[in-house]
Write a protein that binds this ligand. Structure first.
Ligand code: FE
Length: 142
């Protein structure tokens, strides 16, 4: 699903395998390394991505899938825990064939080409989340 190298203490360079789903592969890596808190950034090429938009007025999620080849111009996110599992909060910007960009809160992205990530873990730190009733968001709980 991925290859990785620890380039300095608690910092990893990852190369995800072609055709895997980014969030799934990253969560698997966090599970493997026992990462409870951290940050991630990356780039790559994808053929499909699903974004999520939360309408604050209705608290309803609106999901949209883009099924086309795109360059990941930026993937950024954080790693925390919710209900005893890895919780990834990922945002993405991706450029289309015509160089226009789409972006948002990322639910899933299918690699078609390559995906290179940098993961920094914060060892011995637990960062949890709980759902906030006012916003409907899963917010940090310190
Ligand atoms: Fe978000």
């Amino acid at each position: 699903m991925y290859k990785f190298k620890e380039v300095k203490e608690n910092t990893f360079v990852l190369s995800l395998d072609n055709h895997v789903e980014v969030a799934q592969a990253l969560a698997a890596f966090c599970e493997e390394k026992g990462i409870l808190a951290g940050v991630v950034s990356g780039l790559g090429a994808i053929s499909e991505a699903t974004f999520r938009f939360l309408d604050p007025a209705t608290k309803q999620y609106v999901d949209k899938t883009f099924s086309e080849q795109m360059e990941v111009t930026n993937l950024t996110g954080n790693i925390s825990q919710k209900d005893g599992k890895v919780y990834l909060h990922l945002h993405i910007t991706a450029s289309r064939r015509d160089y226009s960009c789409v972006g948002g809160h990322l639910l899933s992205a299918r690699i078609n080409g390559a995906c290179e990530l940098l993961v920094e873990s914060f060892p011995n730190q637990y960062v949890g989340r709980v759902q906030d009733t006012e916003t409907g968001l899963n917010l940090y709980q310190f």
